[in-house]
Write a protein that binds this ligand. Structure first.
Ligand SMILES: Cc1ncc(COP(=O)(O)O)c(C=O)c1O
Length: 396
């Protein structure tokens, strides 16, 4: 084989499997051990010291304890890191656990007490930051306001692009340039590593709610952060202390799903692009939010390799139309979450973004669609019939 870098489609299939041949296996072995036999006190203790401070287990001391290290999780982490062009990745029990560790490790743990957060963000992330639970003071701002918001005690800048739920795009490289060296956390959940690699643009951490596209089948809750080896050490220390390691069965499912992530993303994105175009002509729809439709800075193409598979719409009939639409769809499931093989519909103001202060909560006339792998004609027909049943459209 030549030395040219492997295509991401190939990486998705092969990454994190380098020890399979030596183990004589073809699927990732699931290690469910909650504790591990120790060779002796000295070596076991040295390994404990290494892992509990965020390092790797020492070969002669073993993995010690299931809250500190798990080899099935480590294989998934290795695979995700390769897809994200990162030295390492760190997997957590949920996306929110990952966000919590990212904030704690860059604020309280290093004596910094301020975070700059670019809105919009996923409602849970916004809620966590706004709650004050983690002891950090937060300045919420828009992308252009980041330089003015940074203080000497700012430990972290948090942003999400495309952002949940209105698919707003943030120029990652521009934020990094104005960050004055402050670490930048990018929530890359909507784009996945296939469409966007924040670390290549200077970001410090690329975070995933792996519950979404990486899991892809609606059966795993998980989070992960791709980053440098040094940052991974800081994150693992917090993970070990606070107890938020991903469960090995979940890691197995995530690793098992990675090989199909590129084809899933490709088809789901194509379905979403076609639906976004179709919805623009529907009289029941006032605005279509889809990356690339309104993108004067050309972020899709420059920063993202496509618009992704999420579409949001503003309905001409307001909240009444939104309520009717969620009840009228037949193929789309009315449910929160996103990124799976089946299409979902939900009302952000009432659900995913409910905890937000009213002045920044998404409009009551906005509906979010996660586009799945179903046939595009079936999806289009379902949305068209459901939109025709909304009050505004029905009265036309
Ligand atoms: C963009 C984004 N980030 C983070 C999260 C939180 O992830 P989890 O639900 O896995 O904790 C979500 C969940 O919906 C999300 O949409």
């Amino acid at each position: 084989m030549s030395d040219q870098p492997l295509h991401p489609d190939t990486v998705a299939v092969h990454a994190g499997r380098s020890d399979f041949a030596a183990l004589g296996v073809h699927a990732s072995p699931i290690d469910l051990s909650s504790t591990n036999p120790l060779p002796d006190i000295v070596h076991g203790g040295d390994s404990y010291e290494s892992i509990s401070t965020g390092g790797h287990p020492l070969p002669e001391g073993g993995n010690v304890y299931g809250r500190l290290w798990n080899p099935t999780v480590a294989r998934f982490e290795e695979a995700l890191a390769e897809l994200e062009h990162a030295e390492e990745s760190v997997a957590f029990s949920s996306g929110m656990a990952a966000t919590t560790a990212a904030i704690l490790s860059h604020t309280t743990a290093v004596g910094k007490h301020h975070v700059v957060a670019v809105r919009p963000l996923y409602g849970g992330t916004d809620h966590l930051l706004d709650s004050g639970l983690l002891g950090a003071e937060v300045t919420f701002c828009e992308e252009g306001e980041v330089p003015g918001a940074i203080r000497p005690d700012t430990g972290l800048i948090v942003l999400e692009t495309p952002a949940n739920p209105t698919l707003d795009l943030v120029d990652i490289a521009a934020v990094v340039e104005h960050a004055e060296g402050v670490p930048v956390l990018v929530d890359n959940t909507f784009a996945t590593p296939l469409l966007q690699n924040p670390l290549d643009l200077g970001a410090t951490m690329s975070l995933h709610s792996a519950t979404k596209y990486i899991g892809g089948h609606g059966d795993v809750i998980a989070g992960a952060i791709a980053c440098s080896a040094q940052t991974a050490q800081q994150l693992r220390r917090v993970r070990a202390i606070t107890g938020s390691l991903l469960h090995p069965l979940a890691a197995y499912l995530l690793h098992r799903g990675l090989p199909t992530l590129p084809v899933r993303m490709q088809v789901q994105q194509e379905n979403a692009r076609k639906l976004a175009t179709l919805l623009q002509d529907d009289p029941a729809v006032a605005t279509v939010f889809y990356p690339g439709l309104d993108d004067p800075r050309g972020i899709v193409g420059r920063q993202m390799r496509g618009g992704g598979a999420m579409v949001s719409i503003r309905l001409t009939g307001g909240y009444a139309a939104a309520e009717a639409l969620t009840g009228a769809v037949r193929l789309f499931t009315h449910a929160v979450s996103l990124g799976g093989v089946d299409s979902l519909i939900q009302h952000p103001a009432a659900l995913t973004h409910r905890p937000l202060p009213p002045d920044v909560r998404p409009g009551a006339d906005i509906i979010r669609l996660s586009i799945g792998l179903e046939n595009i004609d079936d999806l289009a027909a379902d949305l068209t019939q459901a939109l025709a049943a909304t009050p505004e459209a029905a009265s036309v």
